[in-house]
Design a protein around this ligand. Structure first.
Ligand SMILES: NC(=O)c1ccc[n+]([C@@H]2O[C@H](COP(=O)([O-])OP(=O)(O)OC[C@H]3O[C@@H](n4cnc5c(N)ncnc54)[C@H](O)[C@@H]3O)[C@@H](O)[C@H]2O)c1
Length: 393
């Protein structure tokens, strides 16, 4: 195969962007051959944008059975991600799936099993894994330069959303349509990054506030405290209710400390304090009472600039290169289950007002989620608006 023929399933806010850059030839050796959406208005948009060079389907299954695609990019609401991925794998197609991998771990495990059976390339749109600042932090952890991790504190409240965002689609911010709120929609990026850098914690205590700032039936404000077997702790705070929110990640370790702060939209400041002596060693040998290990603070400045939406293209290029030349994936699909397990644990802890050990029992979680879906009172009629996708992330 010299060129990968890609079909985009779901051409809403995100899928339409993927379709546009693929159609625009921004991913070498890939071509957009088909799109699918259940909404006629989106298919009309595709006809106007791409003409008849790109086939249009109302049903995802018909796109996948058409013989027109080698791979699909799944960009529909989250519950459907595993369903369509499993269908695609069964037809020998490669899959690039939007985040989150799914809503609950049981369905994500089934998707991972199907991917493995198929032997096809399976990747996730974890575009923030291409962010050079977070990549640098991961390098410092993985190389051992930071030493044993002690604490991670992440305040990520720059996910502000207005009521009109929630009202724009009938599936958003409902148990039935989305399976959660800010944790399942905005924060999968951060939870994936958290586990990618620090690993998955062993237990979580979470406080989820339902509809604190919006008329929605799911949470829009969350505080998480987590622990690891080695004593490491983590705090994670997020909300869609605070304008001009913060994105500040602090990781402390035995041999250093890193703070990454988003100082302007998509502009980061990365400071690394490298201790001259590890804290454990200093503590064991220092005799003068007051004092602390000396540290040199340096800033990390990446060589290349980092436009936010370039990350999505990088993931898609990497996916295509993995299909054509076996390039290692930046975000392998099977890793998506980690963030889903963390989300499930956060909700479980909130629902039970107790600690949740990871992984939460998949069947019990699903039963509780079904209960939430049954008790869902929201029957939304979407007030479809022309969303400014240039500001969506
Ligand atoms: N990686 C990112 O930065 C990023 C950003 C935004 C959204 N997303 C993810 O992309 C997915 C879609 O989010 P969105 O904001 O684009 O939502 P959206 O509602 O704007 O788009 C979803 C589209 O899927 C269509 N659809 C629904 N059911 C379908 C079906 N059965 N078959 C075909 N089409 C169907 C809808 O009509 C809609 O056009 C979500 O899972 C979301 O988490 C990722």
């Amino acid at each position: 195969m010299e060129q990968v023929r890609i079909g985009v399933i779901g051409i809403g806010v995100m899928g339409s962007r993927h379709a546009e850059y693929l159609f625009g030839g921004e991913v070498a050796n890939a071509v957009l051959t088909a799109v699918c959406d259940i909404r006629q208005s989106r298919l009309d948009w595709a006809k106007e944008k791409f003409g008849d060079r790109v086939a249009r389907f109302e049903k995802a299954e018909e796109l996948m059975d058409s013989g027109l695609v080698d791979a699909v990019l799944v960009a529909v609401p989250h519950y459907l991600h595993p369903d369509y991925a499993i269908y695609a794998f069964a037809r020998g197609l490669h899959v690039l799936c939007e985040k989150p991998a799914g809503v609950y771990a049981k369905q994500v495990q089934e998707m991972n099993d199907a991917a493995k059976r198929s032997g096809k390339v399976f990747a996730l749109m974890y575009n923030q894994r291409t962010n050079p600042y977070f990549r640098r932090l991961r390098e410092l952890v993985q190389s051992g330069e930071l030493g044993e991790l002690r604490r991670m504190t992440w305040v990520v409240t720059n996910w502000y959303r207005s009521q009109s965002y929630y009202d724009s689609s009938d599936w958003r911010a409902t148990w039935n349509g989305e399976g959660g709120g800010i944790m399942i929609n905005q924060c999968p990026h951060n939870l994936d990054m958290w586990q990618w850098v620090c690993g998955v914690p062993s237990r979580i205590r979470a406080f989820c506030q339902t509809g604190r700032y919006h008329t929605i039936e799911v949470e829009d404000s969350v505080t998480v405290y987590a622990e690891y077997e080695n004593g490491m702790t983590a705090q994670f705070i997020s909300t869609t209710g605070e304008p001009h929110g913060t994105n500040r990640l602090e990781v402390t370790a035995d041999k250093g400390k890193v703070v990454i702060e988003e100082v302007a939209d998509n502009e980061f400041k990365f400071t690394h304090w490298k201790f001259e002596q590890s804290e454990r060693e200093f503590n064991a040998t220092y005799t003068a009472g007051f004092g602390e290990p000396k540290a040199a603070a340096t800033e990390f400045i990446p060589e290349e600039t980092f436009p936010y939406f370039e990350g999505h293209r990088k993931i898609t290029r990497n996916f295509v290169n993995a299909i054509l030349n076996g390039e290692a994936l930046i975000a392998p699909g099977e890793e998506g289950i980690h963030a889903v397990r963390m989300i499930n644990a956060i909700y479980w802890s909130g629902w039970t007002e107790d600690w949740a050990r990871l992984p939460v029992d998949e069947d019990r979680y699903l039963a509780k989620l079904e209960e939430k879906k049954r008790s869902s009172t929201v029957k939304k009629v979407a007030r479809v608006i022309d969303m400014d996708v240039t500001t969506s992330k």
